[in-house]
Design a protein around this ligand. Structure first.
Ligand SMILES: [Cu+2]
Length: 241
């Protein structure tokens, strides 16, 4: 399991000036033969949303770099400021982005850029943390306070079974999502030795749920111990297979 546990009393994150910070950078690569993922049928509003959408469960780029993995440095209680501002957009009947990471307290919104109703429903485990009908194009709702607990939030659209996304809420700003090449970089890290964890949502098809949503296998995590020296870049490579 991902160690995205809530800090105990007195362990709140403290923003400080990071002196001689280092960085951790690397890539997430897929090894082996990737599964063939079927396109997902659209159940509603096909005139706007189309007939099918490609699965985003495993998105590979050049050299099998994996997009949409999340890399977190664990246990940083003092460090750089967060202050991200994330928008989870319902656009062309997809969640943009499929995977988002932020630090607890960062601003976050959901938006509808389409002319159809989307209902954006976020689950932390089995608990609903937001459930928002977005009937109007251009509508934006603030979810900052709904994301106050660290953890993995699975986002579904109650109107469209092909739509899903992930929001990882970390307990510090030391978190990044891998890009289309599978690359990540986390900067301004106080020098030290840390556990660095890669999370991926899982990608092997496991059928469908009662509503017809595709189900994939459990999220994957890989944790490595990494020493980050002052003003240096520690390289970490992760493999998904
Ligand atoms: Cu929708």
């Amino acid at each position: 399991m991902l160690a995205l546990t809530a800090p105990g009393p007195g362990a709140a994150y403290e923003v400080v000036t990071v002196v001689d910070g280092g960085a951790v950078a690397g890539t997430l690569k897929f090894v082996g033969t990737p599964p063939k993922l079927d396109p997902i049928p659209v159940n509603k509003n096909r005139d706007v949303c189309g007939e099918t959408h490609p699965s985003e469960a495993l998105v590979l780029g050049p050299d099998h770099g994996v997009k949409g993995g999340v890399v977190l440095i664990e246990g940083v209680t003092r460090g750089k400021a967060g202050g991200g501002d994330v928008i989870l957009d319902n656009r062309k009947c997809l969640f943009i982005a499929h995977v988002t990471a932020l630090s607890r307290g960062d601003r976050a919104h959901v938006k509808n850029s389409d002319t159809v109703l989307h209902n954006t429903h976020g689950f932390l485990g089995r608990t609903t943390v937001f459930n928002l009908a977005l009937p109007n194009k251009g509508q934006v709702i603030d979810i900052t306070r709904r994301l106050s607990k660290p953890g993995v939030v699975h986002v579904l659209c109650d109107a469209h079974t092909h739509m899903s996304a992930w929001i990882l809420v970390h307990d510090s700003p030391y978190v990044a999502v891998t890009d289309e090449r599978g690359a990540f970089r986390i900067t301004d890290v106080p020098p030290g030795t840390y556990k660095v964890t890669m999370w991926h949502a899982g990608f092997r098809p496991k059928g469908a749920d009662k509503d017809g949503r595709p189900v994939y296998d459990e999220p994957r995590t890989i944790t490595k111990e990494v020493t980050i020296a002052p003003r240096a870049v520690a390289t970490v490579e992760f493999e998904l297979r």
